[in-house]
Design a protein around this ligand. Structure first.
Ligand code: FA5
Length: 345
């Protein structure tokens, strides 16, 4: 009899300890089977009651019964707590659980992408010079990417920028940010001064300095009596600020772009050497951007009178600028997603 009571007390203690470790409803059910199932340890103990004489039964019976009642209450409470917790979690998920609340140990901190930082630097410089920031579509029509920029259908100049076309609606991925010149003048009219940074796409083979998707910065200023000297002053000031060098010089060569006349190629003096290095290919000059005075046909396309207004425009590859500023030797690294590369900035 004494032995039965002791066994019952051990079982009660074991149940209490096991109950503290239970987390899911399934674990509660498994524990119930282990203790109170047909072959459960408490059930088997209670079965042993029938072998006792009536005096012993009267003494042991209430003890075992109390343990059975307590065990039933433990299982009921466990289930109730777990169900309540699960309902709360589901409720949180529905309300939009704040993922930032979860902070696993050792999570590496992210940083802003070099593109974002560099583009912000460029925009800051132009904003401080009084330029606005424009935006424009990357999926474009033939009109904005070519025709309004004085590049008619079948004109040989179209071969300068190999294009990705959409077959369905004859749209294209813009080949340059010059499309924004047209959108901006249509939207805001003239006089106007702004820059646009954004992605452009060209159907061309990639190498260390060419990509099929890259970023350009386009500048446009249209007003009365705009001259080439204002274009050169703007470009020089911008580059001096970007490369933090007051000594930086620029030079221009004739260049052909159908949307400017005259068209120019702008080079900047090498910021890495005085008498020739591998970056400037021993010339002390680095080829940088296209520029020029806005072609009268472009002004006409947006119903601006070229007899009254004139303007300048320029376009530069942002990756090429960043490669120079940070000493990056392969343009493809920018969107390679390589953590080691990104962590440097
Ligand atoms: C243009 O795209 C003209 N829209 C620029 C312009 C604007 C001229 C306004 C006149 C007035 P171009 O194709 O040369 O021009 O490209 C301009 C710059 O983009 C280049 O100087 C270079 O820095 C960069 N670039 C061109 N092709 C690539 C390429 N495949 N990968 C990376 N950068 C490139």
């Amino acid at each position: 009899m004494r032995e039965l009571i002791d066994k019952a007390k051990v079982i009660a203690l074991e149940l209490k300890q096991a109950a503290e470790k239970v987390v899911t409803i399934k674990e509660v059910d498994d524990l119930r089977v282990q203790f109170m199932g047909r072959e459960g340890c408490l059930t088997l103990l209670i079965k042993e009651l029938k072998d006792l004489d009536s005096l012993a039964k009267r003494e042991v019976g209430p003890v075992l019964n109390q343990i059975r009642v307590d065990a039933t209450e433990i299982f009921r409470r466990l289930k109730e707590d777990i169900e309540k917790r699960e309902a709360e979690a589901a409720n949180m998920r529905e309300k939009g659980f704040d993922v930032s609340a979860y902070q696993p140990k050792g999570r590496p901190d992210g940083t802003r992408h070099i593109y974002s930082k560099f583009i912000e630097d460029i925009e800051d410089i132009f904003m401080s010079m009084g330029f606005s920031i424009f935006d424009g579509p990357e999926v474009e029509t033939d009109f904005y990417n070519f025709q309004a920029l004085n590049i008619p259908q079948n004109h040989p100049a179209r071969d300068m920028q190999d294009t990705f076309w959409f077959e369905k609606d004859k749209k294209l991925l813009r080949t340059h940010t010059s499309n924004v010149q047209i959108h901006a003048m249509q939207k805001y009219g003239v006089p106007i001064a702004g820059v646009c940074t954004g992605r452009v796409y060209r159907y061309e083979a990639t190498d260390a300095t060419h990509d099929c998707m890259f970023t350009q910065c386009e500048g446009l200023l249209v007003d009365k009596n705009v001259s080439i000297s204002q274009l050169l002053g703007t470009v020089k000031k911008f580059l001096q600020r970007l490369f933090d060098s007051k000594k930086l010089k620029i030079r221009v060569r004739p260049g052909f772009f159908p949307f400017v006349e005259p068209g120019l190629e702008v080079d900047m003096s090498c910021v890495f050497c005085k008498d020739g290095c591998s970056v400037c290919k021993k010339t002390t000059w680095i080829e940088l951007m296209g520029a020029g005075l806005v072609h009268p046909n472009v002004l006409r396309a947006v119903k601006v009178d070229p007899e009254v207004y004139s303007g300048f425009a320029f376009g530069v590859g942002i990756e090429r600028l960043a490669m120079l500023r940070y000493g990056i030797d392969d343009i493809r690294l920018f969107h390679s997603g390589r953590v080691k590369f990104l962590q440097q900035f």
